[in-house]
Design a protein around this ligand. Sequence first.
Ligand code: NI
Length: 200
Amino acid sequence: MTWWQNSVKSEEYLLLISFVFFIVLSDDFLHDRTFLTMQIMLAVAQHLRETIDGAKPRLLSIAESRASEKPYPGKWSIKEILGHLVDSASNNHQRIVRMQEVADIGAFSYAQMHWVSSQHYRSEQWNDLVNMWYFYNKHLAHIIEHIDPKSLTNVCDMDYLKPATLQFVAEDYIRHLQHHLDQIFSDADPRERAKWMVVQ
Ligand code: NI
């Protein structure tokens, strides 16, 4: 056997060793990625808990009469904004659970104006509304914390530019919630309210 034949053999051997290492490392990588996405979901759930815990006493301090005020017919009262957040919680509850069942749940959106107007939130008691919103979100934080990491790339058509992954749905849910809480706590004229911007 000449020196170059030996050299080829050792190259083949090296190739085999690298392939085995590649398999072992990519398996580790996948586990790391699963661990990482689990950490992200834990952080999202924690962020949601902190947001609702911080907002609840501030919401309860708003007087019943002020929460019902509706100076402009085309602009929601505070009760209606919080009602819209209850609708968002209930619809995203459906999305988050269903998206762990199948890879693509297809179209899932809801007519927000109809949901708010048909439920007559202004004649509901403010305390009840705040508590319902709070406990629904507490449950959602629990659900988000336990999302199966394998389903985080499952998709849903939310009528956005492209299908949304489950990870996006959970993160987008909290961004939307914060957007409307800011409106409730703002002293700005309801006509000046900023529109919800989708970051996708
Ligand atoms: Ni909204």
